[in-house]
Design a protein around this ligand. Sequence first.
Ligand code: PLP
Length: 428
Amino acid sequence: MRLPAANPSCCCRGSAEIEVTESSSVLAFCLPSPVASLPRAMLRRFPPMGVYETLFRFAAATHHYMGDPGTHPWAQGFPLTTQIPGGPTLPDSIAISAGDRMYPKADGQPPLREAIANYYNTFYGSKITPDNVAVFAGGRPAIFAILAFLEKGVRVAIEETEYTPYYDLLEVLGREHTLIASHTGNRFRPTLADHPQGGRVLLIKSNPCNPTGVTLHGDELGKLVAHYSQAGRGALIDEAYEFFHSPRPVSAMEFIKDIDSTDLFVVGAATKGLQCPGMRVGWVIAAKHHIELFRNYSSFGMGGVSRASQLYVTQLLTTERVQQARTAIAKFYGDQRQRYGEGLRKLGFELYTGEGGFYHWARLPGSLTGDAFNERLFAHKAGILPGRLCDMARRGEVGPLGRMVRFSFGPLGAESLQDDLAILAKCV
Ligand SMILES: Cc1ncc(COP(=O)(O)O)c(C=O)c1O
């Protein structure tokens, strides 16, 4: 059935026509919502975040869920969930006892908090304790909690080109923010000089950056940490892609001297490097008094995180295993970045990708926009993330990121390169 995308607040805003099946969940998002027009509707309406917007468009056009067998999930942000070359095996089971069916602790189970603290102390020389760790149901809930409890008067600073849902979070939570220049003009590599200098400010930054892959490390990262360790300044450093930096993983934890005296929040997750997006385990490393606050929040707003998931992830963090995972992920995905980079460059893509993450961040050849490119890719059951969805000012297809695309090689095995490049060649 063909439908006009008439709902002005719909995720498919701007598309002329979409094709959907009656049973498709796409309908729920794309049809004019009867609830929105009811005067008595009690909940605020908002669209899904950008990656999901793209997934729904893809489903509407192809009648497949991106990620299903036979699709090319280049818009997706998940890693391989199978053993990678040189990497550790992924356990198939966990043992559950009666105790594990009891409520979990609000701030995370002690063995997992200890394993996380040991992890950072071993690999980055930090001196944190389990009291500096709060466990969440993934990275996004952790980020949500930090931004939700930010005091009035603290301004958020954020790079112009960033991880899609930061935009939705800031919108929904009504947080004022200042943009830090990050565009083709500075090759998406802002420096500290581009950051706002006065007032109480909290930086939110993905490092490695999703979508650009640009990664602060060494001295540069040390300077950023020192800058945001000062009174009146704070930073949420989102290290979801910590393992995916070449030649080796990076973390701000290497440079934080005494986290208890800062407003620094380092966010990690089992989602990417530990290859377990489905386990929904993430964490925040912060000052002890902030962790107490997250515990209090969990006591009324979250109720802790599934014990089964925490058990599973705890066993992934033994020092030997995690050492193997760090080395293998950095190597395998570093090679993939290079192979896909060469292929894309030959097809005329202008690459801006850094040395981290599992995305290529590129400008399309000619005058093609990300959305127009996707229309062509959908015919091959493929799709990328249009760059406009990483624009923290949401200036749309005509904005500065309209011709940029984020190409994900996260879910791709080493064998799919040639087929992928053949499809891309037909569509540029
Ligand atoms: C930059 C960044 N931060 C955090 C996350 C964590 O996501 P999740 O909530 O799935 O753990 C992701 C996943 O895509 C990400 O790209």
